[in-house]
Design a protein around this ligand. Structure first.
Ligand code: PAF
Length: 281
């Protein structure tokens, strides 16, 4: 496995692969990897001949400097995990390599970035689109894989790639869960024991929503069961509940005429967790 910290180094490596006709897969990450990331890597490997993973804690997608500073990092462990997974190259740039002094270009999906979770975290998806565009331009992959857990992020990336005519296939990777159902996240390690135990309420709320849908429940009854399930857990504060069309993320109501994307965000002490599920009609 090769490790690159500069754009030129990584580009040289990818160009050499291309000359042999290899198809290139890419998984962007912010590091502190877990099995969820590795499942995205396996997906990229199954769609490509070579796999690049980036590790870059992107400052432009954090609202508060404190969040950025608190973001967990463990480069040595990440590299061991990627090597064991058979990754071909890892790109670990410094902030100045991605955002050169004087950098002023932003990329924004103007509607999708600013609805739903984008209202809770203003500027977040603009930061994501801006960094992913830069990473795509550097790596120039054929295929890139993003987790479905951040469902809005996946739709933002799909729309950006479509609108900017980027010749990259975007593939979604299903959410990987702990044994009790909690969606894997780098933030989970920052939960207190009590909050960690309480956080399972997110997947329980989604299970309850799915059960309501299978008995013909409306969007309103799905929302009600989620609200009730989370309200019953005193350590959780529901900060976002979105019930939207699975592809354009517009609000849905009444009976389910199309797959419904349910996105939840909840606060456990100072940690915000998200989870999602697409519920079939
Ligand atoms: O999902 C993430 O980890 C980040 O938002 C991403 C896509 C790596 C961009 O920084």
């Amino acid at each position: 496995m090769e490790i690159f910290r500069t754009i030129n180094g990584l580009r040289g490596c990818v160009q050499a692969w291309r000359q042999t006709g290899a198809k290139v897969g890419f998984v962007p990450t912010m590091g502190f990897l877990h099995d969820g990331h590795l499942s995205l890597v396996r997906r990229a490997q199954s769609h490509a001949d070579r796999c690049v993973v980036s590790i870059f804690v992107n400052p432009t997608q954090f609202g508060q400097a404190a969040d950025l500073d608190a973001y967990p990092r463990n480069e040595a462990r990440d590299l061991d995990m990627l090597e064991a997974q058979g990754v071909d190259a890892v790109f670990i740039p410094e902030v100045n390599e991605i955002y050169a002094p004087g950098d002023e270009t932003i990329v924004e999906t103007t509607r999708l970035a600013n609805i739903l979770h984008g209202q809770v975290r203003p500027g977040h998806y603009r930061g994501v689109a801006s960094v992913v565009t830069r990473l795509f331009n550097i790596v120039q992959p054929d295929v890139a894989v993003f987790g479905e857990k951040d469902y809005q992020q996946l739709q933002v990336i799909r729309r950006m790639v479509r609108d900017l005519h980027m010749p990259i296939e975007i593939i979604g990777g299903p959410t990987v869960r702990e044994a009790d159902g909690l969606a894997m996240s780098s933030r989970n390690v920052r939960l207190t024991d009590a909050d960690r135990a309480a956080a399972v309420v997110l997947s329980r709320a989604l299970d309850a929503a799915e059960a309501v849908a299978t008995t013909g429940g409306t969007v309103e009854s799905i929302r009600a069961v989620i609200q009730d399930t989370i309200d019953a857990e005193p350590r959780a504060t529901l900060t976002g509940l979105d019930t939207v069309h699975h592809s354009d993320l517009t609000e849905m109501s009444g009976s389910l005429g199309a797959p419904l994307a349910v996105m939840i965000s909840a606060q456990f002490s100072d940690i915000l967790l998200i989870d999602q599920r697409v519920i079939q009609p």
